[in-house]
Design a protein around this ligand. Structure first.
Ligand SMILES: Cc1cc2nc3c(=O)[nH]c(=O)nc-3n(C[C@H](O)[C@H](O)[C@H](O)COP(=O)(O)O)c2cc1C
Length: 407
């Protein structure tokens, strides 16, 4: 067993042990990948203030998300095709999250179905919805999520159309992979992955295949998926979905102060400040950079949704920075997928353990014993961190018309 000291170790093992096309799928941002890179490099611009001679006994990194206690304020983000990184990957990730005591979010585009994952998931089992044109499919999947006991719906708003990720096009990504000579050669070097895949029956999109009308095999599944993302999704539809669901609602993909206000007006329990891990609009700002403007936009509301952040978190130090900047909680995508691709369920657990240790020790070095004591005061934030941007505000309800400065 290799000695794992950080998430980068898991990333290296994931790269070595998973077929190229699935590692690349995980490791891609859209177009030039500027936003993907800045999601992580912007965290590095924030520095800590070291404090000393403070009683550091009896520490805890527990927190709350949607009013429920969590082992640390970190949930696993929805990741499509997790079950291609490792056989039955969604089940493995859900089991690790349950044992650790953090929520797990299942993607619409998962390999294991909602029903299969529900048998293994803990109380924090959330379902992420992509709104599709096929309304019957959307209605049915919302019902399936309710029946499976999902305790929250995560509605993703930043993927009405798919961002272009060059590597996926070059690799001709599919689930399951096409058995071309190039893929076969590559898979031959991944014996553990291949042996596990041969032992499972879950090889394609389990929430869709056999559930969407007319989708019965891989060929029509691919064409269905390609044309199904609903380009007409708007706040009115969000409102309708909220009513259909009737339970806790989390809006994912908010990256602008105006959208944060609209999300709060529609009514939701939490928003996720996210740019989809840099996979959608390349050139957008990193999540950590826009977080302060979003928090300011929601200030003073009688009922404010919880504000969480994902995109770019690779360590417990990043989690601490996000919390210190004002996020109520965080979510992670690639960090746990690296663990899964490296070592299956044990790797997801390892990723969470590594991050918890980093979070706990960094909090202690900053002079605190509990996350609720942590404020922006533990950080050194560069004066120009948010940037000074002139931008015309889009014409939409409630938006100011004159150019404004952010930050
Ligand atoms: C390989 C991959 C697949 C993803 N699939 C989905 C998805 O199906 N639904 C969704 O809402 N977000 C999806 N995301 C975005 C994640 O939920 C999350 O926002 C992102 O990974 C956070 O950035 P990080 O990976 O830097 O932590 C995906 C991200 C990755 C890396």
């Amino acid at each position: 067993m290799p000695v794992i000291t950080d998430i980068a170790d898991l990333r290296r093992l994931h790269e070595r042990r998973s077929p190229r096309m699935f590692f690349d799928y995980c490791e891609s941002g859209s177009w030039t990948e500027q936003t993907f890179r800045e999601n992580t490099s912007d965290f590095e611009k924030l520095r800590f203030r070291q404090r000393v001679a403070v009683d550091l006994s009896n520490r805890s990194v527990a927190g709350r998300m949607l009013g429920e206690e969590v082992a640390m304020p970190v949930a696993l983000s929805p990741v499509g095709m997790t079950g291609m990184q490792r056989a039955d990957g969604e089940i493995k990730a859900a089991r690790a999250a349950k044992a650790f005591g953090v929520p797990y979010t299942l993607s619409t585009m998962s390999i294991c179905s909602i029903e299969d994952v529900a048998e293994h998931a803990g109380p924090g089992f959330w379902f992420q919805l992509y709104v599709m044109k096929d309304e019957a499919f959307v209605d049915a999947i919302i019902e399936r999520a309710k029946r499976a006991g999902c305790s929250a719906l995560v509605l993703t708003l930043d993927l009405q159309a798919l961002g272009q990720r060059h590597k996926d096009l070059k690799n001709a990504l599919t689930a399951p992979p096409r058995l071309t000579p190039r893929n076969l050669l590559n898979i031959a070097t991944k014996p553990v992955w291949a042996a596990e895949m041969l032992r499972t029956r879950r090889h394609s999109f389990g929430n869709v295949l056999g559930h969407a009308s007319g989708v019965t095999n891989l060929a029509n599944l691919m064409s269905w998926t390609a044309e199904q993302f609903d380009l007409t999704l708007d706040w009115e539809k969000v409102r309708r979905i909220r009513e259909k669901w009737g339970g806790k609602l989390i809006l994912k993909g908010i990256l602008d102060a105006e959208d944060a206000k609209l999300a709060a007006e529609v009514g939701c329990d939490a928003i996720i400040v996210s740019n989809h891990g840099g996979r959608q609009l390349d050139g957008a700002l990193s999540s950590i950079r826009v977080l302060p403007s979003i928090l300011r936009a929601l200030e003073g509301r009688a009922r404010r949704p919880e504000v969480w952040l994902d995109s770019g978190i690779r360590s417990g130090q990043d989690i601490l920075k996000a919390l210190a900047m004002g996020a109520d909680a965080t979510m992670i995508g690639r960090a746990y997928i690296y663990g899964l691709g490296a070592m299956g369920e044990a790797g997801v657990t390892k990723a969470l353990e590594v991050m918890r240790k980093e979070l706990d020790l960094s909090m202690a070095f900053c002079g605190h014993r509990r996350l609720e004591e942590v404020t922006r005061d533990i950080l050194l934030v560069p004066e120009d961190f948010e940037g000074r941007w002139d931008r015309p505000v889009p014409q939409m309800a409630g938006a100011r018309k004159a150019p404004v400065r952010v930050g």
